[in-house]
Write a protein that binds this ligand. Sequence first.
Ligand code: ADP
Length: 979
Amino acid sequence: MSRISLGLVKALRSQSLQARSTWQLRQDALPALLQTRRFFGWSSNSGDDGKKGDVPESTGTSESSTDERQSGRKSKRTSAAAQEGAIVPVKQDGHLRKDSSGFEPVCMALPLFGRPLFPWHNQLIQITSPKIAKEILSLTENSKKMTHIGFFLRKSMPNELPKEGEEEDLLPSAKLEDMSGEDPMEVLHNVGTIGRVAQAVPVWSPKDGEVVAVQMLVQGAGVVRLEKVLNKGPPLQVQIAQITPEEWDGKDEMVRATMNETILTVQEIMKVSSSFREHAQYVNQSLQQRNARVQPDAVLDATNPLDKLRLALELLKKELEVAKLQQKISNQIEEKMSKNQREFMLREQLKSIKKELGIDKDDGSETILQKFKERLEGKEVPKEAKEAIDTEFEKFANLAKESQEYQMTRNYLDWLSSMPWSVYSKDTFDLKKAREILDRDHYGLADIKDRIREFIAVGVLRGSMQGKILCFVGPPGVGKTSIGKSIAEALGREFYRFSVGGLYDVAEIKGHRRTYVGAMPGKIIQCLKKVQTSNPLVLIDEVDKIGRGHHGDPSSALLELLDPSQNSAFMDHYLDVAVDCSNILFVCTANVLDTIPGPLLDRMEVIRLTGYDLQEKMKIAEQYLVPNAMVEVGLKQKKAEAQSEVQVQKVAEEVEKSEDAKPQEPEPEPEVKAEPKQLKPEVKAEIETGAIESLIRWYCREAGVRNLQKHIERICRKLATKVVEKWEDKSQGTSSKDTDATGDAIDPSKSEVIELRVDEASLSEYVGKPVFTSDRLYEGQLPSGTVTGLAWTAMGGSVLYIEATALARRRSDPDKPATAPPMLAVTGQLGNVMKESSQIALLVARRQLQARGKDGFFEEHELFLHCPEGATPKDGPSAGVTMTTALLSLAMKKPIPTDLAMTGEVSLNGKVLAVGGIKEKTIAARRAGCKTLIFPEANRRDFDELPKYLQDGLNDLVAPSPSEFHLHFAFDRGLLIEG
Ligand code: ADP
């Protein structure tokens, strides 16, 4: 390979080594390569290409053609070329002469960087050395002919060249065109191009107007060799010799083979590289358009055609490798990047195909999906749920509307998407506010409110209420539910309530499997959907009445839901993904504790509500129930509303006054007449304290206040009816008066005050005859064998009488004592426990009697024991002492004082055991007018803890009762009877 060819290869290599983009490299090299291709007869354009010594009429490259079109200088340039004539090769020996074509062996030379000037190419070259710029300008201006300059590529890049990035400027910079400090023969490649300066545009300094640079459009005219440096300049003056490429033999096998290989390579590159293809097409086209035949001189590197081809092939092969590599990389990246895009495209296509085929769901499904997606926006869906949702989304998008699964999936997605995933309301841990809210809604209940406040305080310190289950236990209507509601408000949580009373199906809690027709999620998922936060307060009513059926055990499902160690991943059958229920605050309510499943009870914090006595009920009624009921029926306004109403009324009155002030208002508007009817009269309705008291005493004796509330509401409704009746009467009366009158517009409602009072006497008018006529079943002395017992039921405490009677047995021999075992017939709907305790009572009573030497009564009589109110089932062991006392009283024929009541469980040995519900029982006993109460010693603490007002007025309990019949078993001894 010649020195020259090596020079070019080096130059080109240095280009790629400098990390120029392949695009730039192609831009540089391709025109030359294509010209080579044409030269070797590949083009279909001219079958007889490659004739030696063909004269180029005009060269075509992308640059030149563009430039020409832009500058519109084509005609001038071609004519200039024609005028100058062909460049006749000088002798290969490099002998210098000015030939007929006007080739000047002496010219100015300029170094080029990065890219050589190719023959038959137009190139913009910028000279930034003012001295050289001025020289060039003077040359172009003075010379009649075209100015020629030799351009030689630098072997190595000067250090001062612009750095990468700055180099993006495609114009080769000739900033360092000043070569005076170097040896040009060493620094420059010795083969270069002679270029005609087609145009030179000076650049002036904005400061002093001096020429600082020049921009030239240069046309490569031929290949030349640098012979000698005449003057280092600047500008550099050199002596050059024209180089003529060697003749080539188109029939030479080597040449042809290389040629074919080159073409194949070009074709291959065109296959893999689209930009190369475009460029090649463009060049080819422009060549065809010009019908140009090109000189092989367009390639600088070699004089020998075979060498040229080899070099070109080498470059092309390299280019092919690069293109392949590039394609591979881009494929890989594309594969990664466009996966989603492709999926999207495919989906769109699938959609349109389906539409075409008529199996597309209505456009609605898109909207539905969109809706679901919108719902999920901003929610932090847990991974498991997210996966489920994504799968269902995908499935849903491809389901036909008619299919059964469509509806199912849609419902499922509806539920999944409307869960409040990771949506929490912020707890307001504010003790003061909590107290305010609790006091606002509930009278009394001081200890319960304190418990709740403690509970909140713990929440403040721990920062969460996680893992807490409260359980309010107490009779109905004592405010369990409404306290739950108040807690929710105090904490700023959403409130949801559901009852599990009589619930037999697990699905109610855990949901159905999705495969069932009409499947639904369980209550708790429904709750979450409704409240839209993951931390509501859920009130589960009647946990003591949860059932058990053949559809599994709801209480264990409830346990799963409530158990803090399980409920962080609660699995609903329908939803089928874990839902975190651990932030829900559960509050349960129950009437009794015994029927609450043990494991459930274990996890609860039980708070007892005992029920209210007369005084408390009075307060509740006066402060809460009556005002609320009045508001409910419209007899009064809520405080906040009342104020604004007053203002409205005032404004209305003022308006009317001002209207009245204008007496000569000619046209009375029709609305004005209707107006008075709209205005409500002032109502003063009141339920007197006495009425409330007798209401509680004679109508509503239960532990809670729900019945009382109902009665009060009934009274209020009746009051409302009366008010409206009166109002109507009056307004009709006045309106008829109005018409009679001479036209004086008197507002009938203005001065009117309707006053209504409910007192003790008129109470029956509103609520009918009293339900209870007496506090007691027995007035005056109790018959012997009848004892007042105290019971505690789910409805609260109550007084219960135990009646025992005996009938003498008929004996065969009246002189002989009866030996048959005593028989006790028990009636009054007693439960098993109570029946058993009646047997124990009999045994204990017999023993006591024996101890007193009065044996024989029980054996000689048929015994009957009855609890009145036989329709109500009763059970429990706490009537033990009462039964025993009744039997003893009967046997000893000693009546029990009327105001004495008792409770206590009796063991077989006559020991008295503790019982529950002391407060309720005390309240019930006081209500029944009992003054002396007998409780087991073990219950002393419970009694001592009772509020003062409940203890006041009772007899000293340890003292024997006024009767002869001493009941010393009471506190300290635990034994039933002392002789
Ligand atoms: P429970 O759930 O215990 O059966 P509720 O909570 O439904 O009873 O209460 C019944 C009604 O009695 C509610 O309207 C409630 O406001 C009212 N109530 C109960 N206790 C009180 C109280 N201490 N103060 C004011 N109102 C009360």
